[in-house]
Design a protein around this ligand. Sequence first.
Ligand code: NDP
Length: 253
Amino acid sequence: MTERLDGTVALVTGASSGIGAAAARELASLGASVALVARRKDRLDELAAEITAAGGTALAIEADVTEQAEAVAAVERTVAELGRLDTAVNNAGVMLLGPVLGAPTEEWDRMVRLNVQGLLYIAHAALPHLVSAADSEPRRVSDLVNISSVAGRRPTAFSGVYNLTKHGINAFSEALRQEITERHVRVSLVEPGAVDTELTDHLRPAVREVARQRFASVETLLATDIADAIAYVVTRPRRVAVNEILVRPTEQP
Ligand code: NDP
């Protein structure tokens, strides 16, 4: 049974494009008020206007979640302006593939700072509010959804540091789940395969071409396919915790 999210508040990081934007739309359509967090404020404003025009409630928050003060401020502003926090979707991430030998280590820093540290800062700031929400109506349960990847389950060549960050997310999520599940805070992992988003725009051109060729014959997922999985996780009845969902394109080996 799918439950509606009326009266609840969701925060989505990386809501300015791709999976985050689709997830925010989906959660808003289920009745949640949504806080949209990313750096490109113009994109967030556009999405907030779209959600509002459809009858929902959205708050655009410009923040770089790799800066702990900005991550904390984003969470606190959500609670101050929307009243509570029931669902946090830790989605912002970057994938900079390529060989380890001779890699520009600046790319490693960017992945570790966003995929790991940014996710941790949001989780840390959100948890006290998720615990409070889990004690209250309407749902008496709350959700921290961490967006990992197939790369968090299976390492592959030329993906070493991305694999490291996503495996780290998986390990952290399971450990935290065990700590907090008795408080009715559900910690879940959603692990997409290849999704058609802006993720590969950040690759160096030569690497982007290799990635493009690898998936040339695969019908990739749409961001809405992953938004569906996120919505499934957070609309389960209070007794049901979906710990992990791996969603690949059918043709992805
Ligand atoms: P996009 O590049 O479309 O979206 C990434 C989002 O992260 C953008 O909204 C971007 O917004 C935001 N972001 C980047 N840096 C920061 C920052 N410092 N602070 C706040 N927000 C930031 O990619 P996807 O939608 O595909 O990626 C979403 C998640 O899904 C990632 O964690 C990715 O690893 C994961 N994933 C994606 C797959 C795919 O094939 N697309 C496969 C498996 C996992 P802005 O630039 O405005 O800040």
